[in-house]
Structure formats: structure tokens, C-alpha cells
Design a binder for this molecule. Sequence first.
Ligand SMILES: Nc1ncnc2c1ncn2[C@@H]1O[C@H](COP(=O)(O)OP(=O)(O)O)[C@@H](O)[C@H]1O
Ligand SMILES: [Mg+2]
Length: 239
Amino acid sequence: MIETQNISLQYGKRILFDEVNIKFTGDNCYGIIGANGAGKSTFLKILSGEIDPNSGLVNIEPGKRMAVLSQNHYEFDEFNVLDTVIKGHSVLWKIMKEKDAIYAKEDFSEADGLKASELEGEFAEMDGWNAESDAAALLSGLGIVEADHYRSMTEISGNQKVRVLLAQALFGNPDILILDEPTNDLDVKTISWLEDFLLDFRNTVIVVSHDRHFLDTVCTNIVDIDFSKLTTFSGNYSF
Ligand SMILES: Nc1ncnc2c1ncn2[C@@H]1O[C@H](COP(=O)(O)OP(=O)(O)O)[C@@H](O)[C@H]1O
Ligand SMILES: [Mg+2]
């Protein structure tokens, strides 16, 4: 569950949001629509914490993990493709790196042994042993062939980067998934793969898209941003 409490945001004289209260729950998929410049991307950035509103709060159910489709295509340039995907689950990634650092030590002490076994426990609990194969499966579904999985993010095309960043957001079954225009740059076959993924996904999705067919296929609810307010439609909405 993620909700906003009385969110307001103004840029100059332009009031983007005026006391917005909205709750996103369960395994629903919310499609955010609205005119160009209505504030769709800004609203997602408020939810993800990238932008602070002028007033109001965003509450996330404690212990829930949020994943966001990165808009920064250069953020992971120092990593390879597969690691970029796994980094989507930052806690799992941190444990993997801590583990590697301990095992790389030349003078492995008793305390290191204890720490390592503690990390192994957490790693297993997060399904860490399947992380690489899960990440590879997502990449392949999104059209990144295996030969590219160990290439640096600097070596692949812009179109491929978008797919890798999408795989990163989808990785590790996040509780709340936030996607801004995920179908941009995807071909019809990959859009269809993403639709199937989201239809099977059992957690909360909040997605902005101008692709009405895509929204129609995956969304259970539509949220319209207009005149600084958000209005939710569920079930049989029509655009
Ligand atoms: N940092 C900013 N400073 C001033 N105005 C901004 C800023 N970010 C966005 N805006 C304005 O806010 C409005 C909403 O932008 P955005 O959320 O990107 O719209 P959408 O995604 O719905 O097309 C636009 O008019 C945009 O120009
Ligand atoms: Mg936008």
C-alpha cells in the first residue's frame, strides 16, 4: 500500500496538485492518464520520493519495497547489464557485495565466518541463489540476448538500455512498481511480453502511459490527472 495525504505542489503560478489524497493498494494496476504537462511524471516522482511536494505526505506500508523505472540512462554506466538488473533490489545487491568482500579476504577470521553465515542466511531468504537466473530471464524476455548480459552498460545502445532499466524495475518482485512510459522504445512483441508480465504480477503497479491499448490490457483502475486533482475510475472505465 502506498498513499498520499494532502499533497500539494505548485511551480510558479501553476498549481499542479491541490490537496491530493489517493491510495494505491493490493494487486491492482493503476494507469495514470492526463494531458501533456498535467503532472503525470511529477506525480510519480513525488510517490518515489525524488521530488518533495510543497506540502503533504507519502506513506508506504512499512517493510514494503518500491521499484521505479529509472529515467537516467547513464546512472549504471560503471556496471554490466546483469548487475544493473540485480541492483534493482538494492538490499540483495548490498548483501552480495558484502559476501564477496568477506570471501575475498586473505585473513578470514572467526568473526568473518560468523558474518558470512549471517549474510548467507539473508541471501537465501531473499532467493539470492536465483537472482542471476531471474535477472537473465527478465532480460531475455525483454529482448536482450545472453551474449549481451555481461557487457558494460556503456557498450549497449540506447534502446537496449531502456530494456535493461525496465528489467531492473521488474526484478525481485517489488511490492510497489512505478513505471513512467514503459512501452516507449519497445517493439510490439516486447510490449506484449510486458503486458503478460504485468497481468501475472501480484503486487501494486502504478504506470503512466499514453498507450491506451496497453493500459486497457493491464490496468484494473485508471487515475485521471486534471485541474490539480486526481480522479480514480475502476472496472468499466472508458476513455
Ligand atoms: N522542476 C520544474 N520546475 C518548473 N516546472 C516544472 C518542473 N517540472 C515540471 N514542470 C512543469 O510541470 C508540468 C507537469 O510536468 P510533467 O509532470 O512532466 O507532465 P506530464 O508527465 O503529465 O506530461 C509541466 O507544465 C512542466 O513544464
Ligand atoms: Mg511525463
